[in-house]
Design a protein around this ligand. Sequence first.
Ligand SMILES: [Zn+2]
Ligand SMILES: [Zn+2]
Length: 347
Amino acid sequence: MRAAVLEAFNEPLVVREIADPTLTPDGVIIKLEATGVCRSDWHGWTGHMSMIQSFPHILGHEMSGVVEEVGKNIRNFKKGDRVIVPFNIGDGVCPHCVAGHHNVCDNLKLVGFDLNGGFAQYIHIGEADQNLMHLPENIDFVEASAMGCRFMTAYHGVITQGNVRPGEWVAVYGVGGVGLSAVQIAAAAGANVIAVDIADDKLAFAKELGAVAVVNSKQVNAPEAVREITKGGANISIEALGIQETFLNALLSLTKRGRHVQIGMSSNPNGGLTSVPINFLLRQEAQIIGSIGMPLPEFSTMLRLVESGHLAPGKLVTKTISLEEIHASFEEMNTYAGVGVTVINKF
Ligand SMILES: [Zn+2]
Ligand SMILES: [Zn+2]
């Protein structure tokens, strides 16, 4: 099969023929129709992800496609089924999976990092009965792939971990793919959303996706601006970049008893070790909540909202490209340029 192969960190991916994946009894092989290019792929490409230990490696973790072949133990899928692949693969048997929290599985595997990913014509997914989702007919593949990491991550962060309620103020710091998703999802849930970023084009896009106010943190003190707009502070702050400064600003934007949801992953080699203003934390009775990926059971709810048009991840897609063009997307990410979500649909 053809794949865009990582052969060394920070070097352009090489598009070439590579061996087809091998089918296991509990796995399926999927012919990919679309794969998103996410900032985590960029983290993988630059060597920030410790799970990539050997080359050649295939990145890519926002995938959808059609089942090509199923292992002999597979019960829920057959050849020809349209599917979407959540990037967090659980074993289905540990206490957390059994409780429905596949995203924090004791043996969690991340597609494209621990396993070969979707910058290729085909992918193998193990334990597929517990990890794949059927894709409804009226959701196209490009829109589906826009959901495979960033949108589902934002959904879990805003709806489940943040527990957003109608009328609440939500400040979203960093409106790249996951931040823009959080804006749309929080707005659809009835929240008043403020988008914070340093790029006016991204802020304009956030407004199109439902933000009622925007703050350019290059021009003003962002926490002060948020506290002024909300007359006291946001109920929820979402940090979608994984940077010390935005983490701090997001936290300081909260009103009393506010919740900070950390979605952005740090590229800091020390695991994102960061200072926290503990006196602010205790005086406000603020909470800091982590959020990673999304457990499988929440996927069906999200897909229903997409089917009915209440959520529209396809609106985030600004560009479709071929395997050969991935490197240009990575170069854009080097400088945080580029607005919205890019999806590969030519393999
Ligand atoms: Zn598990
Ligand atoms: Zn991702």
